[in-house]
Design a protein around this ligand. Structure first.
Ligand SMILES: Cc1cc2nc3c(=O)[nH]c(=O)nc-3n(C[C@H](O)[C@H](O)[C@H](O)COP(=O)(O)OP(=O)(O)OC[C@H]3O[C@@H](n4cnc5c(N)ncnc54)[C@H](O)[C@@H]3O)c2cc1C
Length: 621
């Protein structure tokens, strides 16, 4: 009976796991066989020098590379630590299954002192894409830009911000033709969801009852409001930036992509000018030079690590690891992340397709996806979003993301290990819900006041860095998130949600039984136990004009170092009022223009010597 009841879970899991393992195996063989993989020119060797080297082919890096190669004059090398993706990466609903695989860097943070108490070892799990396309290949695809006030704080003019959002976007959804706010020719497809449950509509009605209108939140000017999200997708299939790169570069013969290759260090001449990178690949280390610029797009975790390994970072910290200091900059500080919670907080007495009743539909779902680009497999997980100004003021402070499911929905097979939910939390809180219809409205703290930091574990480039986000260290963060939970309570009590039999999950969070359920003290305890990353770490190479508290200037160039740029989520001085991927795409477009313009303006051609850095190093040729 049990097997029959959960057949659909086992079906999806086992089938997908089997296919997935096969994909992993085949791709491993392909990657090993193809020593050098190029796009454009099918050479068998890496050149010794390129006009530009981009480190990391993720959300930002792949887009930057496409733009730099677009005019076909410039040679561009993109170096990516991960391999090539499989078609499994294109199926939206499977994205959580890519976590804890070789396509994921699988970071864990330091144990948190006052947060993550219900997570194994109090360590937050941080998936990050290690694959062409980077984290745009395993994210949940929600396209939400934030609010203009966010970028005012960065010192970026609104017209420029809007211009670059539009430049990156190819709108093919309900805002097609609305060109005041949406782009028509960008490299990233943005579209409507092809499938949602009826909960999405009910949520929008519930919000309306509370006077939150349905708006286009991507106009970035709105007062509070809700919408069915748009996603980075084309015809129901994930659209990640490795596709954008090929799309924009359009057969550029001088764009070379080098997967399965780890950049270990940026080479800096006389302490002032970047001239290349050291790459580890297939057991060897080689050097490739950059004529005009090295662009670091390795993301919030790896870009600061790479800078520090190259001698750019807090002097005392580098000295501790016996790394020669080239520039004393606050690399790795200012780490911030959107914190969320609230999985399985809503119980429904109405069945949605994200439960065991999906059993009969499963083969049809596969047909719908593969033949028509439709159906449940195109679902990114979240089916409505809202931005709310719960503390008053111009800027949203809480986002809600609506999921027609919860952690218990897959019976502990995928999400539980991915999030590191502890045995106690699972068995006392989530396991009893398996088989029940749950939903989640995740309240996301948009502007946390807590700040963390990232440091080197060692001088070995293969060691993961030490990450400490210091979640919920600031008391205001608890207050804001609690107001998010109070909002959920109000939404559940609307006529629309009551129509689905919605109620707040009354099971006390293990460890919080001593507090009266639904009191502020209870919710504080709850938040400190079920503290989850919303997967949006930023800020470790903060942009600013003062080198004592920033790493790059407004031209995204590392302070004091010529020809070295950072273009990825790490430059954000503060988090946007939305998910981070759209903002990263905007940064990438602007960054690519900055780098290109710097070359045009100076008209310079760097005369760089071919230099081996250490005797064991061999040039890649
Ligand atoms: C599970 C999950 C869900 C998410 N959902 C959403 C969402 O729905 N909407 C949204 O807006 N945002 C979402 N995000 C966040 C968003 O995807 C990221 O903010 C964004 O992708 C970051 O882009 P990036 O270019 O800074 O880094 P990445 O995309 O991570 O790119 C960095 C790349 O550099 C490579 N690299 C790193 N170090 C090296 C090295 N030394 N040498 C060579 N290559 C290297 C990496 O392998 C990677 O490919 C999600 C994130 C996760 C993890």
């Amino acid at each position: 009976m049990f097997v029959l009841k959960y057949y659909w879970i086992l079906y999806i899991y086992c089938t997908s796991a089997g296919i997935f393992s096969l994909f992993l195996f085949i791709h491993k063989q392909c990657d090993d066989a193809a020593e050098w993989v190029f796009y454009g020119e099918f050479d068998s060797a890496v050149q010794k020098e390129y006009d530009f080297i981009v480190v990391g082919a993720g959300s930002a890096g792949a887009l930057v590379a496409g733009r730099l190669a677009e005019d076909k004059k410039h040679s561009v090398l993109v170096v990516e630590a991960g391999g090539r993706p499989s078609t499994l990466h294109d199926i939206p609903v499977t994205s959580p299954m890519l976590q804890l695989t070789p396509y994921d860097w699988q970071y864990v943070t330091l144990p948190q002192e006052t947060a993550c108490l219900g997570i194994t070892n109090r360590e937050s799990r941080w998936p990050r894409g290690k694959v062409l396309g980077g984290t745009s290949r395993l994210n949940y695809m929600i396209y939400l830009r934030g609010h203009f006030t966010d970028y005012d704080d960065w010192g970026w003019p609104r017209d420029e911000v809007l211009y670059y959002f539009k430049k990156s976007e190819h709108q093919i959804g309900r805002f097609e033709g609305k060109t005041d706010y949406h782009g028509a020719n960008g490299g990233v497809y943005v579209s409507d969801m092809k499938y949602r449950t009826r909960l999405a509509k009910v949520f929008l009605e519930a919000a309306k009852e509370l006077h939150y209108p349905e708006v286009d939140l991507n106009e970035m000017t709105s007062s509070p409001g809700v919408m069915e999200p748009q996603i980075t997708s084309q015809n129901g299939v994930r659209w990640s930036t490795d596709y954008s790169m090929y799309h924009i570069a359009n057969d550029a013969p001088k764009l070379h992509v080098l997967p399965n290759s780890l950049v270990e260090k940026v080479l800096i001449k006389d302490g002032v000018e970047a001239y290349g990178v050291l790459i580890r690949r297939s057991g060897g280390v080689g050097m490739v030079r950059a004529k005009h610029a090295v662009v670091l797009s390795a993301g919030t975790v790896e870009t600061p690590k790479l800078l520090m390994l190259s001698g750019i970072g807090p002097a005392h910290h580098l000295s501790r690891h016996k790394i020669d200091v080239i520039a004393d900059l606050p690399v790795g500080s200012n780490l911030q992340d959107h914190v969320t919670t609230g999985l399985d907080l809503i119980l429904l007495n109405t069945s949605l397709p994200f439960n065991e009743n999906t059993i009969l539909a499963t083969p049809i779902l596969s047909y719908d996806y593969f033949a028509k680009g439709q159906g449940l497999l195109t679902h990114p997980g979240c089916e409505a979003v809202g931005l709310f100004h719960l503390s008053g003021g111009d800027r949203p402070d809480v986002e809600l993301m609506l999921l027609p499911a919860g952690l218990s929905t897959d019976a502990g097979t995928v999400l539980r290990p991915a999030m590191g939910i502890s045995d106690k939390l699972w068995s006392h809180y989530f396991a009893p819900l398996v088989g029940r219809q749950v939903a989640s409205m995740l309240p996301k703290l948009l502007h946390p006041k807590s700040r963390g930091c990232l440091r080197l574990r060692s001088a070995n480039p293969e060691d993961p860095p030490i990450i400490n986000p210091r979640y919920l260290a600031h008391p205001d963060d608890i207050k804001t998130l609690t107001s998010g939970i109070r909002l959920i309570e109000k939404l559940i009590n609307t006529a629309a949600m009551r129509g689905l039999g919605a109620e707040l999950n009354p099971t006390p969070m293990p460890g919080c039984e001593k507090f009266a359920f639904n009191s502020d003290q209870y919710w504080e305890c709850y938040l400190r136990h079920l503290t989850l990353t919303a997967y949006h770490p930023v800020g470790t190479c903060r942009m600013g004009s003062d080198p004592t508290d920033s790493v790059v200037g407004h031209d995204l160039r590392v302070h004091g170092i010529q020809n070295l740029y950072v273009i990825d989520a790490s430059i954000m001085p503060s988090l946007p009022s939305g998910n981070t991927n759209a903002a990263v795409l905007m940064i990438a477009e602007k960054g690519a223009d900055i780098v290109r313009n710097a070359v045009h303006t100076s008209g310079q051609v760097c005369q760089l010597m071919e230099t081996f850095i250490r005797p064991t190093t061999t040039a890649m040729s």
